[in-house]
Design a binder for this molecule. Structure first.
Ligand SMILES: Cc1ncc(COP(=O)(O)O)c(C=O)c1O
Length: 568
């Protein structure tokens, strides 16, 4: 029985992302093409062997895994021949190849799977080796198909690679989504989240995600390891990637690469900026409850933390900011405002109006604004992120960006400090060594995430949105005493547990993330590690912060444990 011939012209995959399989030609350059072919071919034995009978068609009109394997095997041979013609001739026309005819004539369905797999591996190795050997000046040499479609040596390689990867997905199990990671897989990781507490504790505390690595990031890491690419970072590619991302994602084209500095990470960058615009003993205003290092790092930098708490509605309290800005600048003292946008732990996504008001107040009082925008990629459906430096009056402000939260790359540190138009000189005045902290690996992987990781990010946001809804449904059932305001951004749920009556009012110091009292201790004793609210400063008493960037299975189990812990 024959399948319906595929009459589609697939040549566009050399220019555009394939929505069906996710192949993105822009993510494959000359240096990675052959490596991708080898990686792609290496998957096929596993793909075929997971089918009990690889010769069985899923339905009469669709090729069996064996037939796909034989097709992919032949694609390697055909493309090898075509590459040879391109390199040896002057814009040659390729002999025709009818893939459906080939399947029938070659009796694909009756072949021995092991033999096909061996031939497939050899064929793709031969093609990859031919691409390894393409001379530098030959990549743009051309050839054409009988139907007139033109290829270069490079685009022919992309075309072949897409075929290999696309059909692998035709026979593969559904790809796991970003947060579909099992507990067994997570326990094999060695980062802080899953190691700080005993194995039988579910850790929903520190802001790491239980996510699979985005494919562009994984490939970048693998490529670096294979090629020994572990030296110093060159150029401004990271800043350019942020500028492009900001324009595409947030419609903001004001991120000027010349007003950026690479910094080791967001908090170190923030502290360098605070040091540049204030003197020792000056005030740094923060809006608690807020990310605990805003307290501890600021104190360590010899500055005075002054609080302008968030309003009871979880939004910026502009009257309070006005008052506090006035107090801290009295007598002409310098001061900074360290703003978290989107806000950790409340998940508030500040609006353009709110940020414009902050800019106006800061200008009026002479307070310098340093905005931590690390959670900016993580804005959930229903809200829109507004870059601080895009609002009027923000020219003397600074923003800090990093892909580390959005793509879970805290172990691959790098961040970008961005100055408004009126703050460029101060940014440039940061000591030269500040730029030496970010690693080549951090910059490369974060750049790959920004350039090619948006489909992954969008899928992640869908799952986070679903988890937010799941929490909204399960919390009242399981923990009726606990209330919350669903976050607009981040993957953090700020849970008000005061009605449980477990908190005796004795709190830990703001910034202290390791003291577990009251409800945080009860949940920890019940097998779920959350972040104690007291670490986040005033407004944190009787609250805990729950990280919901995990599978719904783990999240559900954690909620059940939490319910048991407080109803014992
Ligand atoms: C608001 C905020 N800023 C900064 C960080 C830490 O980022 P970095 O490691 O780049 O300093 C985090 C991590 O959770 C965060 O939530």
């Amino acid at each position: 029985m024959t399948t319906t011939p595929d009459t589609k012209d697939w040549t566009w995959v050399t220019e555009r992302r394939c929505e069906q399989c996710g192949f993105d030609p822009a993510a494959v350059d000359r240096g990675t093409l052959a490596e991708r072919m080898r990686d792609g071919a290496a998957c096929w034995p596993g793909l075929l062997l997971r089918h009990e009978d690889p010769a069985r068609r899923p339905d009469p009109g669709t090729w069996s895994p064996l037939e796909y394997a034989a097709h992919v095997r032949d694609v390697a041979a055909v493309m090898h021949q075509r590459l040879g013609l391109i390199l040896g001739g002057d814009d040659p026309t390729f002999p025709d190849w009818d893939q459906d005819r080939a399947a029938v004539d070659g009796r694909y369905g009756e072949l021995d799977p092991a033999t096909v797999l061996g031939q497939l591996a050899l064929g793709w190795e031969r093609l990859a080796a031919a691409y390894d050997a393409v001379p530098e000046d030959a990549w743009e040499r051309t050839g054409r198909r009988g139907d007139g479609a033109g290829f270069t040596a490079y685009t022919l390689g992309l075309y072949a690679l897409h075929d290999l990867e696309h059909h692998a997905q035709d026979v593969a199990p559904p790809r796991p989504r970003p947060l579909d990671v099992t507990e067994a897989e997570l326990l094999r990781r060695s980062s802080l989240k899953w190691r700080a507490f005993p194995e039988d504790t579910l850790p929903l505390w520190v802001a790491e995600m239980d996510a699979h690595l985005a494919e562009p990031v994984r490939r970048t890491l693998l490529h670096a390891a294979r090629t020994g690419d572990t030296g110093y970072p060159p150029g401004t590619g990271y800043a350019e990637a942020w500028a492009d991302f900001a324009a595409r994602r947030w419609g903001w084209d004001g991120l000027a690469v010349e007003r950026t500095r690479v910094v080791p990470d967001v908090m170190q960058g923030a502290m360098h900026l605070v040091a540049a615009v204030t003197d020792p003993g000056d005030a740094v205003v923060v809006s608690p409850p807020v990310y605990p290092p805003f307290y501890s790092f600021t104190a360590n930098a010899g500055r005075r933390v002054v609080e302008a708490p968030m309003g009871a509605d979880g939004r910026l309290d502009l009257d309070c900011l006005d008052r506090v800005f006035g107090e801290v600048t009295r007598g002409g003292r310098r001061a900074a405002y360290l703003l978290c946008s989107p806000h950790n732990p409340l998940g508030t996504v500040h609006t353009a109006e709110e940020l414009t008001a902050v800019a106006e107040l800061s200008e009026r009082h002479g307070v310098r604004v340093v905005v931590d925008e690390i959670h900016a990629p993580l804005v959930l459906p229903g809200a829109r992120f507004v870059p601080y430096l895009s609002v009027p009056g923000s020219e003397r402000g600074f923003a800090l960006l990093s892909a580390s939260k959005g793509w879970n790359l805290a172990g691959l540190k790098a961040a970008l400090a961005v100055a408004g138009e009126g703050a460029a000189e101060e940014l440039a005045s940061l000591p030269v060594e500040v730029g030496h902290g970010a690693t080549h690996l951090g910059l490369m992987t974060q750049t790959a995430a920004l350039q090619h990781g948006e489909p992954w990010l969008d899928e992640l946001l869908e799952q986070l949105d679903a988890n937010r809804a799941f929490l909204g449904a399960r919390l009242p059932e399981l923990l009726p005493g606990v209330t919350w305001q669903p976050p607009e951004g981040t993957y953090l749920a700020w849970l008000d547990c005061r009605a449980l009556g477990l908190d005796d009012g004795v709190g830990a110091r703001p910034g202290d993330q390791s003291t577990y009292l009251g409800s945080a201790k009860a949940f920890l004793d019940g097998g779920v590690a959350l972040s104690p609210g007291t670490a986040f400063g005033p407004g944190g008493e009787g609250r805990v912060r729950l990280n919901f960037a995990t599978s719904q299975e783990i999240l559900g189990r954690a909620l059940e444990r939490m319910a048991r812990a407080v109803t014992r």
